[in-house]
Design a protein around this ligand. Structure first.
Ligand code: PLP
Length: 468
């Protein structure tokens, strides 16, 4: 492609981007295509000679767009969001333009130093200990794996990295039954064995029962296992339940167990001083993750991972082939040593754009508004005789179900709610997903999309009622 052609198409695309955002609610939120439909329309093999960008963009609109689910649509109430915003989008355009690979300080000093400072800003903004060190990773799953690997190495005096598992030690990892599946994945990848992940019972609010944790650890100790790591969830995926950090932290301290906190979604709420109760006990935590790419208006991927012991992290992952030896080594942060991949995108730029453009107050205003909208939605559910709230709301996720008067059979109620969800999502006006609360099919309404307004939430309630 010639430079002038690029200019023409880039200008066209900026117009396309804004038109897309202005008309985003005209697309079905959840893609309505059937399995295999897009695949069947794509040529079976690659073109021999190059095609025009006009043709490629035409195909993008006609073939690809119908198969996309529109996560930036304000009627998206599903999962947890993958929020974006215009400042973040502008930064992503620059990141793509620079196309730098920021694996070490020397390969882009500004990327490394901006990342260091953004992590410092985030600590101050969220009330995390300021003497911790932070690094941007691609996802909370990677961060949790990083934490478990670091715990494994510190516990084994860095022996497993060197010799592998060769002395019969059996480590145990603990999390609640409600914790995200990334923990199980991490335990498997770290070579610890899925059967050594002990799922701890939860209380009525679906938060980890600290007494049950204490008991499980005592039982393992007496059976000769080595308790390695506890993962506490602040904001579980199903219901945003909050594990009680203080008692969990004191158990971990007593038994010298690594404590990792997964606040992937809910961590953003720490921008609000009134939600800092979530991290009472944080001083005893070893590592902490939250995703600005979920609720902090920053494009996927952008995960903030913080550790108390920077040296332990680097010692676990450091590797120094000849071609990566630099004069600056030891004086700077080479972030390739702070996690699993070597190559790294310039992710700090979008955080810088977002934080500066919104300002802390702007971010707080939006987050508070989302929580207030959830309160309002919750009040409509409570006022309706045929609906019920399924868990105590902690933030901006409302867990509820349809429970018509006179029906008490749980199997039937589950089916009614599954049908309701499918019927709503097949219309494409809004998109919501479900979880199970004590085995009961529960609809989740996450009110966190960057551009969601009260009218969207009101209309969503109307859509739900019209599908009964
Ligand atoms: N932890 C929690 C609590 C989550 O809700 C999720 C995803 O929704 C994850 C971890 C995984 O996050 P990621 O996609 O960044 O790996």
């Amino acid at each position: 492609m010639k430079p002038e052609e690029f200019r023409k198409h880039a200008h066209q695309l900026v117009d396309w981007m804004l038109d897309y955002y202005e008309n985003i609610d005209k697309f079905p939120v959840k893609s309505q295509v059937s399995p295999g439909e897009i695949l069947s329309k794509l040529p079976a093999s690659a073109p021999q000679s190059g095609e025009s960008m006009d043709q490629i963009l035409k195909d993008f609109n006609e073939l690809i767009l119908p198969g996309m689910t529109h996560w930036q649509n304000p009627n998206f109430f599903a999962y947890f969001p993958a929020n974006a915003s215009f400042p973040s989008l502008l930064a992503e355009m620059l990141t793509a333009t620079l196309a730098s690979q920021c694996m070490i300080w020397d390969t882009s000093p500004a990327a490394a130093e901006l990342e260091e400072q953004m992590m410092n800003w985030l600590k101050q903004m969220t009330g995390l200990p300021t003497d911790w060190a932070g690094v941007i990773q691609d996802g909370a799953s990677t961060a949790t794996l990083t934490a478990i690997l670091t715990a494994r190495e510190t516990k084994s005096a860095y022996r497993i990295n060197k010799e592998g598992f060769n002395n019969g030690q059996q480590f145990r990892v603990y999390c609640s039954t409600e914790t995200h599946s990334s923990v199980e994945k991490a335990v498997k990848i770290a070579g610890l064995g899925k059967s050594n992940l002990i799922k701890i019972a939860v209380d009525d609010s679906l938060a980890m029962d600290a007494k049950a944790l204490e008991k499980a650890i005592a039982k393992d100790l007496s059976a000769g296992f080595i308790p390695l790591c506890v993962i506490a969830a602040l904001g579980t995926t199903g219901t945003t339940a909050m594990d009680p950090l203080e008692p969990i932290a004191s158990i971990c301290k007593k038994h010298e167990i690594w404590l990792h906190v997964d606040a992937a979604y809910a961590g953003t709420a720490l921008l609000l001083p009134e939600y800092r109760w979530m991290i009472e006990g944080i001083e005893e935590v070893d590592s902490f993750v939250f995703n600005p790419h979920k609720w902090m208006f920053t494009h996927f991927d952008c995960t903030a991972y913080f550790v108390k012991d920077e040296e332990a992290l680097v010692r676990t992952f450091e590797i120094l082939p000849e071609y990566l030896k630099t004069q600056s080594r030891g004086k700077v942060k080479d972030y390739r040593d702070w996690g699993i991949p070597m190559g790294r995108r310039f992710r700090a730029l979008k955080l810088w754009f977002v934080i500066r453009s919104f300002g802390i107050e702007g971010l707080q205003t939006k987050i508070r508004k989302h929580i207030q909208l959830a309160e309002r939605f919750e009040s409509w559910v409570l006022d309706h005789p045929d609906f019920e709230i399924m868990t105590k709301r902690t933030l901006n996720l409302v867990c509820f179900r349809y429970h018509p008067h006179g029906i008490s059979n749980e199997v039937e109620i589950n089916q009614l709610n599954e049908n309701l969800e499918n019927s709503i999502n097949s219309e494409g006006n809004i998109f919501l997903t479900h979880t199970k609360v004590h085995g009961k099919y529960t609809l989740r309404m996450v009110i966190a999309q960057t551009n969601v307004e009260e009218k969207h939430v009101e209309e969503a309630w109307g859509v739900i009622l019209s599908n009964l």
